[in-house]
Design a protein around this ligand. Structure first.
Ligand SMILES: [Zn+2]
Length: 273
């Protein structure tokens, strides 16, 4: 099999349930070019959705991200609250001790005991000051965190609103294009029935690799209609003879002659009317 031909002539594909032996190469070329036209129409419909599906997905990601951020910040808030509670308990303990020492101070017997109790009192008072300072710092962090949560919640509300609108817009567009797309998908499926599996697989492979989704192209101004490289005259004759399925040496696309493509195009536009 020559490198640049897809040799499908009168071969029943392995594993295929299609028996297409009676279908000539010309009929196959017509079928696959028709399939290309149908699939290109489906591509065009899908492209009318444009960036919308992507925008919806981005907004969904934003919403998830903001929700996670709020949930994390709420956990931080709880931790700060617990830390403040612990410090307040420590202050209570220190106050208890102060009360206790003051009671003992009333009953002291000597100056050594008196000095020692006063030292303890001083220490507990200082401890309370330190704890109060720590609580103040924690409260500052707490307030900042709370403000941050409020801001994030505002942003979340905005994003959710945007998402709802975009989602509705997308749903409307999908519903609008769905009917046309479904009819074309049916046409595409029935056109595929006329094409043997090996050729169909080649068609799909080329289509998925080509940026414009073109797998079958016509010869235009002595060049490949896909990559615009020149096609030698002898090769153009081979294409026009419709005895083999010939692909472009440069891009691998299946080539059809302009007369065949014109006839398929006009047949299709007549069906539409
Ligand atoms: Zn080409």
């Amino acid at each position: 099999m020559p490198a640049k031909e897809i040799n499908t002539a009168f071969v029943k594909d392995k594993g295929s349930h299609k028996d297409l032996a009676d279908i000539s190469i010309e009929q196959r070329l017509r079928a696959i070019f028709e399939l290309q036209l149908i699939d290109s129409k489906i591509d065009a419909i899908r492209s009318t959705l444009g960036e919308l599906p992507l925008e919806v997905r981005d907004l969904e990601d934003d919403v998830t991200g903001l929700e996670t951020r709020i949930s994390n910040a709420n956990t931080d808030l709880e931790n700060l609250e617990n830390a403040m509670k612990l410090k307040r308990n420590d202050i209570k303990d220190a106050q208890e001790l102060i009360k206790k020492y003051q009671g003992q101070l009333a009953k002291v017997k000597n100056s050594r005991e008196y000095d020692s109790l006063n030292k303890e009192l001083e220490y507990q008072k200082l401890e309370i000051q330190v704890l109060e300072k720590k609580i103040k710092d924690l409260k500052t962090s707490y307030d900042a965190k709370k403000t941050q949560i409020e801001e994030t919640e505002g942003l979340l509300k905005e994003r959710k609103n945007d998402l709802k609108h975009k989602q509705n817009e997308l749903n409307d567009m999908i519903a609008e294009t769905k009917k046309g797309e479904e009819a074309l998908m049916k046409k595409s499926a029935s056109a595929q029935k006329l094409i043997e599996d090996r050729l169909l697989a080649a068609y799909k492979r080329i289509r998925s690799n080509a940026r414009n989704g073109l797998s079958v192209v016509k010869v235009q101004r002595d060049a490949c209609g896909g990559c615009f490289n020149k096609i030698p005259p002898q090769r153009q004759l081979d294409i026009r003879s419709r005895k083999k399925i010939i692909v472009c040496e440069h891009c691998g696309r299946i080539l059809v002659d302009p007369e065949l493509s014109d006839s398929v195009e006009s047949k299709m536009s007549m069906q539409e009317d």
